[in-house]
Design a protein around this ligand. Structure first.
Ligand SMILES: Nc1nc2c(ncn2[C@@H]2O[C@H](COP(=O)(O)OP(=O)(O)OP(=O)(O)O)[C@@H](O)[C@H]2O)c(=O)[nH]1
Ligand SMILES: [Mg+2]
Length: 449
């Protein structure tokens, strides 16, 4: 790991400035060789210097160079950042000069990987870096920042140290078996702590659906028979005329998608073809797609029309979505009511033309998906699939230990389960890790990060 890496850290394209980042033992050497200005070895750390990048004697660009000496840097190694003019050619040229001097092109995420390998951050913080870059809403941003601050690490470390206390108790018991009944006493002592941890992990897992919705957005599918106003509702939620709206039944024939941000949460909206007995092939395919969309949805908005009678199609849709998280909308409130709502339990009556109604629908969506108040969200809203799967494994091991205690198993059997729970949680923070995982995880990062 001792080689020095270099990469362009800003997006490739024309812009005000581009930044080329160099990290490693020779970061200052390589930069000094292509930089005309102060000797970078003689400047104070964390300072910025004006000068020129030169190729032999030819000036390539006028730049600002930031010098950050180890260990207080992103990677804990010496880092130099060259801010040059934001042209594709000039940026590449500077990178090329650094490579010619002996720097190696950094792999995606390699700077962050070094931060991890050098012990500045743990894996949850590294993953939070990526979440922060990808954040599309203030909720995403808030949760990513909690991760970056180390709150997930703290949460997991706390579980691990509690498990360690249990493991130590067992160790003592195994080392001093001469005390009679000691084994029985020890397992009974362990039980309450293991039960408590089991409950707490369950709480985190209960939230993970919500957390993933916060992270990925709420996959919301609008369904209803033809002409009830599904596309009108989609357009209203998107504040954009995305789908075609006409008074002809069967207007939407293919899936129409759009994204909207409702106060910090992304709605991934899908408008579908009106469900009814399929007339032609195109419509049949549309309906098939609708069924698939329903299966994958986090939330269904089922639309009925206030101005028509409640019929068998409506009834069918009510049954089809009975087990899904759904909101029932009775649309076209402004028209004369013909619908009989006796079969519908919980619904909202609205008009897709009314902005206030749309805002009400948005609050209802947040309430239904329990993503209401972002101020209440803390690091236990773990939305990372890798971390969740490890929590599930750890919880399973804790359940097994409780089972073993219940069955009066020997204490070393109980110990095996507790130790594996401790290992699984260690994989979340990266204290327990393997080469493959690290490689896979950082390869998803963007270049130059
Ligand atoms: N009066 C009134 N008309 C509405 C309202 N919402 C939609 N409409 C009208 O209802 C008709 C059908 O609307 P669409 O949004 O195309 O309905 P749809 O459910 O997408 O229909 P298909 O794509 O054919 O399944 C259009 O003429 C809309 O202008 C409403 O709240 N009030
Ligand atoms: Mg439509």
């Amino acid at each position: 790991m001792n080689d020095t890496i270099a990469m362009i850290s800003t997006p490739i394209g024309s812009g005000g400035i581009s930044i080329i980042r160099v990290s490693g033992e020779k970061a200052l050497d390589f930069t000094n060789e292509i930089y005309k200005g102060k000797d970078l070895y003689k400047v104070a750390t964390h300072t910025i210097h004006y000068g020129h990048i030169v190729d032999e004697n030819e000036v390539i660009d006028e730049v600002l160079v930031s010098v950050m000496r180890a260990p207080k840097t992103y990677t804990r190694e010496d880092i130099v950042e060259i801010s040059c003019h934001g042209g594709v050619f000039v940026t590449n040229k500077i990178l090329e000069l650094l490579l010619l001097k002996g720097a190696r092109l950094a792999e995606p995420g390699e700077f962050t990987k070094r931060a991890f390998l050098n012990g500045r951050i743990d894996l949850t913080q590294a993953e939070a870096v990526m979440d922060l870059i990808e954040a599309k809403t203030k909720t995403n941003l808030k949760i990513a920042n909690l991760g970056l601050r180390g709150d997930i690490k703290k949460l997991i470390d706390d579980f691990r140290s509690r498990l360690l206390v249990c493991m130590a108790k067992i160790e003592v018991n195994i080392d001093y078996p001469e005390y009679e009944d000691e084994e029985q006493i020890t397992t009974e002592l362990l039980k309450p702590s293991m039960e408590k941890m089991n409950e707490e992990l369950q709480k985190i897992l209960n939230r993970c659906e919500t957390s993933q919705m916060i992270k990925e957005g709420i996959k919301t599918v609008i369904i209803g028979k033809p002409n009830v106003g599904k596309s009108s509702l989609l357009n209203a939620l998107l504040r954009e005329e995305k789908a075609i709206v006409t008074d002809i039944a069967g207007t939407t024939r293919d899936i129409v998608e759009g994204k909207s941000n409702i106060g910090g949460i992304i709605l991934n909206l899908i408008d579908t073809a009106g469900m009814r007995d399929a007339g032609d092939v195109v419509e049949r395919i549309g309906i098939q797609k609708t069924k698939e969309a329903i299966n994958k949805a986090d939330l269904i908005i089922l639309v009925f029309d206030n101005s028509t009678t409640f019929d068998d199609y409506d009834r069918k849709l009510l049954t089809l979505t009975a087990d899904k998280r759904r909101i029932i909308v009775v649309n076209k409130e402004d028209l004369q009511a013909k619908i009989d709502v006796s079969e519908i339990k919980d619904y909202i009556l609205l008009s897709s033309f009314n902005e206030k109604d749309i805002e009400k629908l948005e609050s209802k969506i947040k309430q239904e998906c329990q993503v209401g108040n972002i101020n209440e969200m803390d690091a236990s809203y773990i939305g990372n699939a890798r971390q969740i799967s490890k929590i599930k494994q750890a919880k399973k091991a804790i359940e097994d230990s409780l089972e073993a205690i219940k069955e009066n198993m020997p204490i070393d059997i109980v110990s095996i389960d507790i130790t594996s729970a401790w290992h699984y949680l260690g994989e979340i923070t990266g204290e327990e890790t393997n080469e493959e995982l690290i490689k896979e995880l950082f390869s998803k990062f963007c270049l130059g990060k």
